[in-house]
Write a protein of this length. Sequence first.
Lengths: 609, 351
Amino acid sequence: MQPISATNDFVVKFANVNGSGSASANELFARAVLRMGVPVASRNIFPSNIQGLPTWYEVRVSGEGWLGRRGGVDLMVAMNPQTWDKDVASIDPGGYLLYDSTKPLPAAKPRKDVTLLPVPLTEMCNRAYSDPRKRQLFKNVTYIGALAFLLGIEASAVQWLIAEKFEGKETLIAPNLQAFNLGYDYAREHLKNSCLLKLARTDKVGNRIFIGGNEAAALGCVWGGAAVCAWYPITPSTSVAEYFTKHCERYRVDPVSKKNRYAVVQAEDEIAAIGMVLGANWNGARAFTATSGPGISLMQEFFGFAYYAEVPAVVFDIQRGGPSTGMPTRTQQSDLLLAAYAGHGDTKHVMLFPEDPREAFEFAAAAFDLAERLQTPIFVMSDLDIAMNDWLCKPFVWEKDRKLDRGKVMTAEDLEAGKTFGRYLDVDGDAIPYRTLPGTHPRLGAYFTRGSSHDSQARYTEEGNLYVAGMQRLLKKFETAKSLVPQPIERSAKEKAKHGVIYYGSTSGAMNEALDALERQGFRLDALRVRAFPFPENVVDFINAHESVFLVEQNRDAQLQKLLVNECAIDPARFISILHYDGTPITARFITGAIADRLKLAKAKEAAE
Amino acid sequence: MTYITKPKLHHPGLATNKLGFTHRDYEGRISTLCAGCGHDSISAAVIQACFELDIEPHRVAKLSGIGCSSKTPDYFLGQSHGFNAVHGRMPSVLTGANLANRELIYLGVSGDGDSASIGLGQFAHCLRRGVNMVYVCENNGVYGLTKGQFSATADKGSKAKSGAINADSPIDLVSLAIMLGATFVARGFSGDRKQLVPLIKAAISHQGSAVLDIISPCVTFNNHAGSTKSFDFVRAHNEAVNRLDYVPAEKEITVDYKEGSTEIVRQHDGSVLKLAKLRSDYDPSSRVAALAHLQGRQEAGEIATGLLFLDPEPEDLHGHLNTIDAPLNRLGQDELCPGTDALEAVNAEYR
């Protein structure tokens, strides 16, 4: 068996015990590769626990710039005895196994087709350090040192990173460098020429940034003018609120009074959180909450209220494995139907589907404009894959002349001037009325916001025709939303293709790579990335322009497909579902295989006829 | 007779307050509650209190939940914005609204049905946080709007209109409020406006969480023999611990009570509360003593009313969050959005 030989194209997977300090060291590795200008796609696979359970960190090195999961492992760093067998079995034939050789291996040779890279980590660290915590922590940095030599990472790049990382805590720099050098020197002495996976400097990273989705969303909230965040802790959305607080402490403290231009409240539950968000938005302050599936379920009553009473809100659903408690630390795209129709009665909500942290930032900021313009809740449908991993993405942009859109708010001057006001009156034909903020005018503009049926003047009514008129206007408002939300992005094949593929959200990384692979196999597909609901007209046009359309989703019940069938009256037979929902991020290999199989079958059928 | 609209004209001799407003300017729509409902008396007391305090009606935000009591904001302060939330969830909405604009006066109107069951959590947590508000609970021991089921404040052994006996232990919102950190806790009775109006005025001027539990008999479903929240029962078992006179900041204080039996408490906004003790041993500055007294009276089947607890130097949520003095909803783009250059600096940190 020939050992795998590759430059800038391999997958390194770290198997650790969580709470052991490995995350920090592993991230150092990913960033070192990036500093060499080589793109990486890194992913955490962590358990629903605080300490002591298995956790994996997968770094895909891709000189071509593919950001989705590839599938498979070329080099395994196996640091967790509990998962040893599984980890060793998961290495691709011809791959490599780096492990702590202080203790002898259980079996003589775990696999014949895998190259062993033994490094006596425990022994080295026990010699170098006396503190038990240091001995444990620095083992991780030591194996990073060994890896650096084996793969050809410039030592200076890592040393530079360590210095940056511990800026302000200089006493930590020296021991980290020491641990790194321990591993680096050992590998240079004992493992020269053992590994044919190599890194070579390129310029592919460019000016891109490496950041996580939740932090990006939080930054989008700051730039988007959010003044209030009410939230309840749940995996994987908690860090949205934490990053928001962190960045507000930087950007939202009045320089003179030293007081805060923001408020963050950890509510007693998700229902209280969304209640606070609605109260704040009703009273003219941009407010948001971040939660996951279980929280969206709880908040439904208020979503229906906000839909009907037309109160703005921004809600981040960082989707995770469902249903119920599901898999709290695994990814999925399974809350679409829930969010689209949240609340009893006839409701419809706007959803945005960011593909990566860059869009998480953009869509977060846009969500506040949309919420106030449309006077309705806006759901930003992120997922754990985007939220809790660092992604290489284009830098964030804020145009110099960009203005926040505060929507239709009638001022005291407008009211004094005699402008007609009715809270639910369609004055402009776009089905969006004006609202007034509490405390605006002594005599004019006051009204009740309620979930009960109302006429255009916000008066309670049980008259059927008035109720219907209001409900129809809400439908029309939803139509208006079609032109305001992020539009789909189309990518045509080199020649017009018979088949199309639709996808959304974090699937895009793997999808881009799959399209390339399929093209090379002779399968041409036009692709459309849906970025919001309601679906603009060109989504329907795209579907009608193709014989059949593949729909790639990370849920069991083909939820986007169902929305398309529901909302656009499309025959479900036009779709071929490609579904992946085991909680791991979808891979290019999976998509390529699934689509190619179907297309081969179709070709064979055609040939037979 | 709610199909008759209120006349727009009023008697020229009607008294005006400092703002030149009459009593009528603090009214809302005609009530659709049952004739004789206790809640209508409370609405009248709110109107009187706001009139006497020279409050600008549009600077009040009225929030409520679902229930008969939650309908009442329609019947007072017609120039104020109102928010009828969903059942039991008024406190969270009020908290958010308050965060957005700390300058308005927040009246949260609820009932025992809305606050003591589904709303118990939100009741507790808005008080824990010290939200600056007046929490009015119009307490009649039943779910009026859904026709007479026991609420969680119904006393054990009390009888429903249907004849059923309540076997569950009651929740006392006043004791809970004291335990949870509310800084102004009082109980009143819709049938005693003289006691109630000063309590409302004091609560509105209190700069912290003020809770007013107001027994408000439901004439349709809980005003019969066997009820412990009927007019008759409350009148017979009402034990006021003190009588409150509210003196606005500008007025001079005259002491005309017996020495030692009147307490003068100055609130943070300068207003003064003159507490005439009706029980010489009652100390409204001690949570522990207040709780003991309340438990004792409850066991004896008596209803303690009056200003039960007061912390004249309350903290509030805005203080805890160290928010700017100006309302958050007035912040402009320059103060909210860090801008293009700052974002470029962020990008640089993540390369």
